[in-house]
Ligand binder design. Structure first.
Ligand code: NAD
Ligand code: IPM
Ligand code: MN
Length: 377
């Protein structure tokens, strides 16, 4: 794609620290491959609430719509109990982007680097061959339950109509299940050809429907093997036999929780990238939102400690899926691999014998590896 426009939304906490490194890497891609990206940046999250009264303004949203892809850092910081009742919340920026742009498929690849097995909380022999991608449904389910507000009561609580009760509804239509399941089968067809569909069909009626749709979509893909797995079993198997998974597809909240768990296969949630895709096409692929899986990490913000690899690998996914720049994406992924193989680590994935570096130095080393500068490797 020529003349791509990328919107960067750094957000809160460590968000600006890690997206700054991802931007440096995109600049290095321009230099090495002779590309030109138009980069824009706008406020989201707490700063946007302060400056514009809302977690993402209409103007910012419109500018996102005019872009080819969005690179997002993280939003949020106040623990749930401390937030102001009823006021705007930073996370609303994410919900608006996901919902209004129709990003229903959230891809979260998890492939621990062999050179980093020692950083994982699992023994190396359990990690061998682990290479999976989660396809998390992102636009429905419990996150978008029906709201009935009661005058004078906090609006962030969904009431049943009685102010002594709160309710969350887990609603899925067949169409919402079908499109994300179909995406999972298509991805599996281009990988090892196996889908694990995760649900709680022994309890939830939305899961019974989910299974029925999976069985139907599976018939369109006879070359792809598939299985159903209960979510509790999946949580256990992820840390027992992670290499057995190829593509995992599941509903919104299950996917949120299981991927935080699975992040520890790589050693840190700071390592994981994600791509949120929908239906709109760009010149090079799909319009999408790319963000590390982690949050604003208020406990380490401002200390140059955050691992920028999740954000940098998210930029690689952006190049591949929205801009159609697969070679460039692969080069970024190789540069990251080269730096960690050389033993450079942020503190979250430190292991004995490695050299601890800060956020900025890690970013700089990836840039140097990408530009094949001497003395980096
Ligand atoms: P978090 O992901 O921010 O942090 C969890 C733990 O992981 C912390 O100990 C943190 O230090 C560590 N961590 C996170 N990112 C790291 C990185 N890049 N390098 C090294 N360590 C890292 O989750 P939380 O503390 O539960 O949530 C904080 C805020 O972030 C909340 O407001 C939450 O809503 C928000 N959040 C936002 C997103 C997002 O913007 N997509 C995702 C998750 C959480
Ligand atoms: C994520 C985050 C968000 C989610 C929060 C911040 C609302 O945890 O992107 O994984 O639950 O989707
Ligand atoms: Mn999450």
């Amino acid at each position: 794609m020529t003349n791509a426009t990328i919107m960067i939304l750094p957000g809160d906490g460590v968000g600006p620290e890690v997206t700054a490194q991802a931007l440096n890497v995109l600049r290095a891609v321009e230099e090495r491959f002779g590309r030109t990206f138009t980069i824009r940046s706008r406020l989201v999250g707490l700063d946007a609430i302060e400056a514009e009264g809302t977690a993402i303004s209409d103007d910012t949203f419109e500018e996102c719509a005019q872009s080819d892809a969005i690179l997002f850092g993280a939003v949020g910081s106040l623990p749930a109990g401390e937030r102001r009742s009823g006021g705007p919340r930073p996370e609303q920026a994410l919900f608006r982007l996901r919902k209004e742009f129709g990003f229903f498929a959230n891809l979260r690849p998890i492939r621990p680097s062999e050179s980093m097995y020692g950083a994982s909380s699992l023994k190396p022999e359990h990690l061998k061959g682990t290479d999976m991608v989660f396809v998390r449904e992102l636009s429905a389910g419990l996150y978008y339950g029906h709201m009935e507000s009661i005058p004078g009561k906090p609006s962030e609580i969904r009431h049943t109509g009685r102010d002594t009760e709160a309710v969350d509804t887990l609603l899925y239509t067949e169409a919402e299940i079908e499109r994300v399941v179909r995406a999972a089968f298509e991805i599996a067809a281009g990988r090892r050809g196996k889908v694990t569909s995760v649900d709680k069909a022994n309890v939830l009626s939305s899961s019974v429907l989910w299974r029925r749709v999976v069985d139907r979509v599976a018939r369109e893909h006879p070359a792809v093997a598939y299985e159903h797995m209960l979510v509790d079993t999946c949580a256990m198997r992820l840390v027992r036999t992670p290499a057995d998974f190829d593509v995992v597809v599941t509903e919104n909240l299950f996917g949120d929780i299981l991927t935080d768990e699975a992040s520890m296969l790589t050693g840190s949630i700071g390592m994981l990238p994600s791509a949120s895709l929908g239906v709109r096409r760009t010149q090079g692929g799909m319009f999408g939102l790319y963000e590390p899986v982690h949050g604003s990490a208020p406990d380490i913000a401002g200390r140059n400690e955050a691992n920028p690899i999740g954000a940098i690998l998210s930029a690689a996914l952006l190049l591949r899926h929205s801009l159609g720049l697969g070679k460039e994406a692969g080069a970024v992924e190789e540069a990251v691999e080269e730096v960690v193989r050389a033993g450079y680590r942020t503190v979250d994935v430190h292991e004995s014998g490695a050299t601890v570096v800060g956020t900025q130095e890690m970013g700089r080393r990836v840039v140097d590896a990408l530009l094949q500068r001497d003395g980096v490797r």
